[in-house]
Write a protein that binds this ligand. Structure first.
Ligand SMILES: Nc1ncnc2c1ncn2[C@@H]1O[C@H](COP(=O)(O)OP(=O)(O)OP(=O)(O)O)[C@@H](O)[C@H]1O
Ligand SMILES: Cc1ncsc1CCO
Ligand SMILES: [Mg+2]
Length: 259
């Protein structure tokens, strides 16, 4: 399927409850890929937005009582309307508050996908005790751990690192696209989580949508680094390359290994 063309045609409405670090970057990235973003974190409109969106992204960075409440409301409203929900469980295990909210979401909201770094996925699997902050605490991105989380929550898991793992528990793909400069800017994972929104909104097969989203994002980063000089120019170039991305480029440059 030509996901990029389909996103640009449909212009899916992506509702994000995300953190204040990522908010502007994620909104710009969503526009660049062809989606229509809204960011809000008040519980009073979470239900309305959750019900009307084409996809909902719940990101646990800069968590507050309000954001936590809004995420549960938006997630439940989205579930009632069949709107796909993506979770980015930033720093799960790191503090009691965020771990409790994440567990509430996992227990009450059906997720289309979980996108997190390999350390956070290991915490969800029970294989690692805690993530300290937003940065990954482990080097190895183990597909078996991601598969266990996918089965546990009956969802697609996208576990990022040098090689990304995408799995629905049955099918697994490894993606080698991307660039290490993504580690030198903040919220590169948050932007990916938001960008998964439009991909899962236009396809029934959430696994294939996840694979395509991850490859697309990694390719945009690779192309951006052909022009950027460092982290500052990379941020701008990444937005440019998301804007100029095509299905032809994704098919030409993708480094996906399905197994
Ligand atoms: N060592 C690496 N080399 C190349 N790309 C990487 C590397 N580590 C992560 N990435 C890429 O960086 C992006 C963000 O993944 P990462 O695992 O850093 O998420 P994250 O820790 O949640 O990010 P953040 O919390 O800063 O938003 C992904 O596209 C991933 O493929
Ligand atoms: C730095 C930071 N702190 C809370 S959220 C966030 C963005 C990357 O996860
Ligand atoms: Mg993260």
């Amino acid at each position: 399927m030509n996901f990029i063309a389909k996103i640009r045609e449909d212009k899916p409405f992506i509702f994000n409850i995300t953190n204040e670090v990522a908010s502007n970057f994620a909104a710009n990235g969503l526009i660049a890929i062809g989606a229509s973003p809204a960011m809000s974190h008040t519980p009073r409109e979470a239900q309305d937005y959750g019900a009307m969106a084409d996809a909902v992204v719940l990101n646990l960075g800069t968590l507050t009582e309000d954001r936590g409440e809004a995420m549960l409301k938006a997630g439940k409203a989205a579930n009632e309307k069949g709107v796909p929900v993506i979770l980015d469980p930033i720093a799960v295990g790191g503090t009691v508050f965020r771990t409790e909210i994440i567990n509430d979401i996992l227990a009450t909201v059906k997720l289309a996908a979980i996108r997190a770094n390999a350390g956070e996925i290991a915490v969800l699997a029970g294989a690692l005790e805690k993530a300290k902050g937003p940065d990954s605490m482990i080097e190895k991105n183990d597909p078996e751990i991601a598969k266990a989380v996918a089965k546990k929550y009956d969802t697609v898991v996208i576990s990022t690192g040098e090689t990304d793992v995408i799995t629905d528990g049955m099918r697994t793909a490894l993606c080698k696209n991307g660039h290490e400069m993504l580690q030198n800017i903040t919220a590169s994972g948050c932007l990916l989580s938001s960008i998964i929104g439009p991909f899962v909104s236009v396809a029934d097969d959430k696994f294939q949508a996840g694979v395509y989203a991850v490859a697309s994002y990694g390719i945009a980063a690779e192309l951006a680094m052909k022009k950027a000089m460092g982290p500052g120019t990379f941020i701008l170039a990444l937005l440019d390359e998301l804007y100029f991305l095509t299905d032809e480029k994704v098919k030409r440059y993708k480094q996906i290994q399905e197994r």
